[in-house]
Ligand binder design. Structure first.
Ligand code: NOJ
Length: 567
């Protein structure tokens, strides 16, 4: 494994700073809290952290609306504290990558305040402005967060473009000054020693210059309405395709790859840094080593059902598309998606499924990304009281359901809660004490705490139980680290017709691992036609019979995840 880079062998862990650890007891996570939890993270065995935005922000989109790229949000701490965090992480051999939001700033960023102030302001062309057509926006493009992508601005009687909320105006990346300013912001953190960036919404940087109308033929309201009543996968697919068509001219335009090559050069001014893009487009790998080091395998995070067939097909397609030097990257959840514990749980066997899914993530080819709290089985917590909703998308859905959908307030709140990202961003559950040990008793946390911390879903209780999910995460991560084939080995699916059991061989130069995952709630009999001299059990979620496992007749327990070492 010596020729692999650190980001190829690493297990990454995403911290959502606002919800991770509250060091000063004000109900909001902060840098001090993150420093205090570094030993915990080390004990978990992870190698690298991805921090969701920690920069100053009005927090309209929970930090993804940055108002200063070279500082720390005062709610989270100071730059000096951040440096301390970085140094302390490095001292423990934990790398840190930051979230870099290149597509847009906050509308409170000094650049935008200047840009909107007058037509001849030097920063005017830093954003995407247009006079509109006959008193209307220049075209029929939508914002992905709802409504027109164009916001009318009275000051200069013109429209600005925003792919996300109107509080997140898009930068004009065709302006070289913008490029320089943003590359310099990257250098600021690279200079300080951060190890790389997760590039937010990287495909949305450029939009079609001629601003031609999209011709999906449907309105966004109609799609939202239809997506509420999806009855079968075909309808889901159709809505997805119409959505794609609707945004066709607003993302993944060819010029982006030249820009990625330039950004790669910026990163390479510093030793050993990396980029991972918030995209699943393979084209962002470039030739395999000239654009981003990794992009996420998002189809896996998005699929409704993780089944052996689905995973096999996903791996087959993606691995075949990768350029020679490109390295895959897998994840099952993040701050934008439902939590893995309930998402792929069945309500009865959530714990067993969480273990099975972790083994899958840790043994597939590529770098795994975990999301804070999943190691103790944190689940989505539906916040149905409008007063406690913080994700503006939730409020958007609420309005949509009441105004357009004619829903009752109660039904609208349920819909908003289910579509909101608040549910998977609740404070981390550290202990079975008030506020789950996230903040002191009596403090109102920024989002309500999931009360299931009192049912064992917290770090302190699970620390004490050798069989807890937390300790299972530790074992799984440690096993991966100790088994080069699971990190650098090839991937070869076996028994591809099995509907219940997913099996693949990861072959290293010295060892071969057979990973066998029973996705069913029934015991399964499997046999493998593999020419081997010896086999031994390396790892299992269940107690295994003593003696050498017999590849000709293996019995698997329901949801068992088994790893065999073969020579
Ligand atoms: C993707 C981020 O993950 C999401 O949280 C954010 O709302 C959008 N990009 C806009 O920055």
């Amino acid at each position: 494994m010596t020729d692999l880079k650190w980001w190829q062998t690493a297990v990454f862990y995403q911290i959502y700073p606002r919800s991770f650890a509250d060091g000063n007891g004000d109900g909001i996570g902060d840098v001090k809290g993150m420093i205090e939890k570094l030993d915990y993270l080390k004990s978990l065995g992870i190698d690298a952290l991805w921090l969701s935005p920690h920069y100053p922000s009005p927090n309209f989109d929970c930090g993804y609306d940055i108002s200063n790229y070279t500082d720390v949000d005062p709610e989270y701490g100071t730059l000096a504290e951040f440096k301390q965090f970085l140094d302390e992480a490095h001292r423990r051999n934990i790398r840190v990558i930051l979230d870099m939001v290149l597509n847009h700033t906050s509308d409170q960023h000094a650049w935008f305040i200047e840009s909107r102030s007058s037509r001849d302001n030097p920063k005017r062309d830093w954003y995407v402005w247009h006079d509109g057509k006959d008193g209307m926006p220049p075209n029929n493009w939508y914002s992905t967060f709802g409504g027109s992508a164009w916001e009318y601005d009275e000051t200069t009687d013109s429209y600005y473009y925003h792919f996300f909320f109107k509080q997140q105006p898009d930068l004009n990346w065709r302006n070289p000054e913008v490029k320089k300013a943003m590359f310099d912001a990257c250098r600021f953190w690279l200079e300080m020693g951060v190890d790389g960036f997760r590039l937010d919404a990287i495909g949305t940087i450029y939009e079609e210059e001629d601003l031609r109308d999209q011709d999906s033929g449907v309105t966004q309201e109609e799609l939202f309405r239809r997506s509420k009543d999806i009855e079968n996968p075909e309808q889901n697919k159709e809505i997805g395709e119409l959505w794609e068509e609707m945004f066709r001219y607003q993302h993944d335009l060819p010029g982006i790859h030249d820009l990625m090559r330039e950004l790669r050069e910026v990163i390479e001014e510093y030793p050993d840094r990396m980029l991972v893009g918030e995209t699943d487009e393979i084209s962002f790998y470039g030739t395999g080593d000239d654009e981003l080091q990794m992009v996420f395998n998002f189809p896996m995070l998005r699929t409704e059902h993780l089944t052996p067939n689905w995973v096999r097909e996903n791996q087959k397609t993606r691995l075949a598309l990768l350029p020679e030097l490109a390295w895959p990257c897998n994840t099952l959840s993040n701050h934008d998606s439902p939590r893995v514990y309930n998402r792929w749980g069945d309500g009865k066997n959530n714990d067993a499924l969480a273990r099975l899914n972790l083994v899958l993530l840790l043994t597939l080819k590529g770098t795994p990304f975990l999301y804070n709290g999943e190691e103790v089985g944190m689940a989505d917590y539906l916040i149905t009281d409008v007063n406690f909703m913080r994700d503006q998308l939730a409020l958007f859905y609420y309005d949509l359901a009441t105004k357009l959908g004619g829903e009752t307030a109660e039904a609208a709140a349920m819909l908003a809660a289910a579509n909101s990202r608040d549910k998977n961003r609740t404070p981390t559950q550290w202990a079975n004490t008030a506020n789950a040990g996230f903040s002191p008793a009596g403090v109102t946390t920024w989002l309500p705490v999931n009360p299931n911390y009192a049912e064992g879903f917290n770090v302190a209780d699970q620390e004490k139980d050798p069989n807890s999910l937390l300790n299972f995460y530790r074992k799984g991560i440690a096993l991966r680290r100790a088994t080069p084939a699971l990190v650098s080995g090839g991937y070869q699916p076996v028994n591809e017709d099995d509907q219940n059991v997913l099996a693949y061989v990861r072959s290293g130069s010295h060892e071969h691992c057979l990973v066998v995952l029973n996705f069913s709630a029934e015991p399964q009999q499997v046999s493998f036609r593999l020419a081997v001299e010896s086999v031994r059990t390396l790892f299992s979620t269940h107690a295994r019979p003593v003696g050498e496992p017999d590849l000709d007749g293996l019995t698997l327990q329901p949801f068992e995840a088994l790893i065999l070492e073969m020579k």
